[in-house]
Design a protein around this ligand. Sequence first.
Ligand code: PLP
Length: 488
Amino acid sequence: MADPDPPFDAERFRTEARAVVDWIADYWQTVEDRPVQSQVEPGWVRSQLPAAAPESPEPLAAVLADLDRVIVPGLTHWQHPGFFAYFPANASGPSILGELLTAGLGVQGMLWATSPACTELETLALDWLRDLLGLPDRFASTAAGGGVIQDSASSGMLCVTVAARERATARSGNERGVRQSETTLCIYTSEDAHSSVEKAATIAGIGREWVRRIRTDADGRMDAAALADALRHDAAAGRVPCLVVATVGTTASGAFDPVPQIAAAAAEYDAWLHVDAAWAGAAAICPEFRAPIVAGAASAHSWGFNPHKWLLVNFDCHALWLADRGDLVRALAVKPEYLRTTAGDSGAVIDYSDWQVPLGRRFRALKLWMTLRMIGAESLRRRIRDHVEWTGEFAALVAADPRLELLRKPSLSLACFASAAGDDATRSLLERVNRSGTVFLSHARVAGRLAARLAVGGTLTERRHVEAAWQAVDAAADGRLPGGPPTA
Ligand code: PLP
């Protein structure tokens, strides 16, 4: 008789892991046939599953059956080739194999000594990536700088905000608390910057009130003269400009702030300059897109982007570089006895827990390294070029159509457009397109208008899917697609 409860040993793992990998491969092969957005009502997923955890082990087959029956219908399929919403979170085979190895190895790389390869591969992979992007040498680990992988751009922003706060207060924030430091610190960013700037300001104790949202021009770029005015005004009032955050590729419309001018204004007040290139940064691997992305980086104290958006590394993976790693380490390092090691004390190694908020850390570098090795830079470039080209084709169709309005020149692979008949018509167009189930677009406010956003970047997306997005928009603009919001 078969053992009803076989141990989960290496042999069982070998068999069942194969079944799971097969399941994932089947999912990729069929994801296109599913509606991009989940169609379930709120609470449906929970209602389909038992209220309490099982006492006895259940077989993998039962779990996979529930995955098919309940979980998959409750998903919005981010890897669907018709997913054009937000920014992509694209994944790839090599990256997922790296993720699997990370879980299988189960190492915890908080210190160099807790797993030297975890630390050294991360430093190497980020040096490779810095080189591919054409970022300045000062961000290299061989100079005073270096890179670190964070879970997300928001975490990177928080670390940078704390480092900038400590630099501006000669580290009194850490010692006596921000309120006691008797200094009002200010942060400057554009009105179109990502909400993570505000979140970091609140968590770092600087306060939302002191985040100066600098106005943007007609193209969504921070107005550098308005920034200079704001800096001057605060300094004259005795406040301390602590951090300036420039965005290269804003979330709403992909606008590029004028980083060189912003850097000059920030330098006058010795404020930290961080460049948030979360989405657009990946395109710097293509020499023809690089110049505006890395412009001004030589004057930045930190620069970050998400390989998990547009570089085929599955979520999560944020790459953050510092010009002076000491700034970050001085702000974040806490070293009780149990975290001290001979290697760490020698200063000859990196202890990456000193570069982030949590102590523990996953071996994320494996998936980045495997993606770079197994896909290769040229193939990564080709995909980005394709996405930019297809977006240009889509934007040209929009621009030529009197029912629609292209709100801004497309930025790389992001196109923002609207119905010429106004916001209500744009909302209705989006509802019709998204209800089709073949395409998912998201929205934003661009130049005061409700905008439909098409962000191309999916791993499985081909030109025909972008063409299908245009056909859906065309049909929706004519009322040939049924209206009403998607059910989710
Ligand atoms: N910065 C920009 C410009 C973004 O567009 C986003 C997200 O889309 C973020 C930061 C936050 O990214 P994350 O989800 O990695 O925190």
